[in-house]
Design a protein around this ligand. Structure first.
Ligand code: PLP
Length: 295
């Protein structure tokens, strides 16, 4: 039996076996993708940068004209309850807030509708040092997503299709390009290193402000690594000395081939090595009960 089979999920205030957790057929999250989500890693069972994730959840909800249905301490109690099922383990908590269930299928937002809130946790696979050292392959693709990618919405079909194309082409991630500007990956933010400068595209409605990206910027600031938030064109990406993607599940991962050509010398670069060490040290401090640039 898989570990997940025995875990309870949270659904609207109750903890129920995962395989019995459900929302109604007419939930607007299912019918229209009318919902937002977060994925929060918990290292050693301790949720990571919770305030950052819940702040972003508030921004996503406000952007889709919803209020957060739960208070901060209720979210905190839920995370504690879920993560206690895998004590001391590295795991992730997925949460989703949908507009709610409404019996009539109509796009207009109903005046009276109660959000559905659900969440579940799962083990985070341990990162193998060999895989981290090897880096990943990426391709570039046209960004066909909408113009509010700063909202962490569950409408991810364009991301799913881009990722499928990456897989077909033997790559692990697709880096999305709009109007000649490189924005982010299908499920990750993007950094390049160019002449010793670490660069990530600036906040805009075209990309998700990643919690991991913010941490990388904080670690760069504290570590004296020169960095900038600036637009990145396709030519700059092609000639970058290093390319990284970041996310709550990928952490800081080096891209070693882009569209089949090596990035730099084709292996993770020196600055990646430095940033990864800072990031891993941060995780370890959290695991040991300390603080990791949190909140
Ligand atoms: N950009 C997109 C489109 C994502 O889906 C994600 C994460 O899922 C990220 C960036 C990285 O965000 P975070 O670091 O908060 O996980």
């Amino acid at each position: 039996m898989a570990v997940t089979d025995t875990l309870l999920a949270y659904v609207n205030g109750d903890y129920v076996p995962r395989d019995q957790a459900c929302v109604p057929l007419t939930d607007r999250g299912l019918l229209f993708g009318d919902s937002v989500y977060e994925v929060i890693p918990a290292y050693g069972g301790r949720p990571f940068r919770v305030t950052h994730h819940l702040d972003r959840l508030d921004r996503s909800l406000a952007a889709i004209r919803m209020h957060n249905p739960l208070a901060r301490d209720a979210w905190g109690a839920m995370f504690d309850h879920l993560t206690a099922q895998l004590p001391g383990q590295d795991q992730s908590v997925y949460l989703q807030v949908t507009r709610g269930d409404y019996p009539v299928r109509r796009q207009a937002i109903p005046a009276q509708v109660k959000p559905n809130v659900f969440a579940f946790n799962a083990l985070l696979p341990q990162r193998s040092p060999a895989v981290a050292e090897r880096g990943i392959a990426a391709i570039t693709l046209d960004d066909i997503r909408w113009h509010r990618c700063d909202i962490k919405a569950t409408t991810l079909l364009a991301n799913v299709l881009a990722r499928a194309q990456a897989t077909e082409e033997g790559a692990d991630e697709a880096i999305l390009v709009r109007d000649g500007q490189v924005l982010e990956g299908t499920a990750s933010n993007l950094f390049i290193v160019s002449n010793g400068l670490l660069i990530t595209p600036p906040d805009s409605p075209e990309l998700l402000p990643g919690v991991t990206r913010d941490l990388v910027l904080e670690l760069a600031r504290d570590g004296g690594i020169p960095y900038a938030q600036a637009a990145i064109g396709v030519a700059e990406l092609d000639s970058a000395d290093e390319i990284w993607v970041t996310s709550s599940t990928r952490e800081v991962t080096a891209v070693v081939t882009l569209n089949g050509r090596p990035v730099g010398n084709g292996s993770p670069g020196e600055l990646w090595r430095r940033m990864d060490a800072l990031f891993q040290a941060c995780k370890e401090r959290l695991r040991l009960g300390g603080d990791c640039h949190d909140d």
